[in-house]
Ligand binder design. Structure first.
Ligand SMILES: C[S@@+](CC[C@H](N)C(=O)[O-])C[C@H]1O[C@@H](n2cnc3c(N)ncnc32)[C@H](O)[C@@H]1O
Length: 279
């Protein structure tokens, strides 16, 4: 394949970062210019465009909105893993779920910025383990993300063996089906598919957190981990206020390990790193 190496000018970077900010709230500081160049180069290559100026023209001429979705897909960072920040799942198991082993109240969870699905599936596995067969309970996990490509992957629920490293062996055997496949070079791939019982309690949907939210709640748990880190303080404050309104009293908000709410104004009670309670 011919490789196109275009230079991104400061003006073009400003236009792209302005667009990304207004579309999805992600603040790309000037330090991100190299990252944007590296990520968008592949897209220019696919479209056989020779410059970022040509790309910007292509983007504004695309009335279908498809290219904007591609731009968002390229810019967003989708790093995630099963049982990431295990202490959050320990907290849920020890402090939130015990009463639901006996109470048959409904449980609603939202994973906002769910990426390829590891976070909501981890939550579903934990719920199955702790409160039994979810088919017999009113339990639903909503999992949303802005990136359409990553949601397609999430819905499939298929992960290669490196990606399930964080899943304890016993849970892997119980909640995943192992199968092999071949890659384009004929090499064997060892894959794991999330079992249908787990998949059936998770509903994936596209949602840009900057737009109106159609759901009404109330949720018992909201995860918005490692998502707000890309937003500015004003946007974070607005989102955190909306999460507060959508949680039931006694509900919890979980945020990522490198995030905290100390520099914004909010109504949550801090519990421990990354864990906030609506009183
Ligand atoms: C680093 S991943 C975090 C995944 C998971 N929550 C975790 O902690 O492992 C961040 C996710 O946020 C999503 N995201 C970024 N901006 C968004 C927005 N405006 N609306 C919804 N999702 C967004 C990205 O597409 C990406 O999948």
């Amino acid at each position: 394949m011919e490789y196109i190496s275009a230079k991104l000018s400061d003006y073009e970077f400003d236009r792209i970062s302005g667009l990304v900010y207004s579309l999805c709230g992600i603040s790309l500081g000037s330090g991100k210019k190299e990252l944007v160049t590296a990520r968008l180069a592949k897209r220019l290559n696919e479209l056989k465009l020779q410059s970022y100026d040509a790309y910007l023209k292509y983007l504004s001429g695309d009335e279908s909105g498809y290219e904007l979705l591609q731009l968002i897909d390229v810019i967003t960072t989708n790093v995630t893993s099963f049982f990431r920040e295990m202490h959050h799942f320990d907290y849920i198991r020890e402090r939130i779920l015990p009463e639901y082993r006996i109470k048959s109240e409904k449980i609603r969870v939202w994973s906002a910025g769910c990426s390829s699905g590891e976070e909501p599936y981890s939550m579903a596995v934990l719920l199955f383990e702790e409160i039994g067969n979810l088919m017999l309970r009113d339990v639903k996990i909503l999992a949303t993300d802005i990136s359409t490509n990553i949601l397609t992957k999430a819905k499939e629920g298929v992960y290669d063996k490196q990606l399930v490293n964080g899943v304890p062996k016993m849970l892997l055997n119980k909640y995943f089906d192992a199968f092999t496949d071949r890659d384009e070079y004929g090499r064997t791939l060892y894959n794991f598919k999330v079992k249908s019982d787990i998949r059936s309690v998770v509903r994936f949907a596209r949602l840009n957190l900057m737009e109106d939210w159609p759901m009404k709640g109330p949720f018992k748990i909201i995860f918005c981990r490692n998502v707000m880190i890309y937003f500015d303080k004003k946007t974070q404050e607005k989102l955190v206020g909306k999460y507060h309104a959508l949680l039931e009293t006694g509900g919890h908000l979980f945020i990522g390990h490198s995030e905290n709410l100390s520099s914004i104004s909010h109504s949550f009670k801090y519990v421990q790193p990354g864990v906030y309670l609506k009183c």
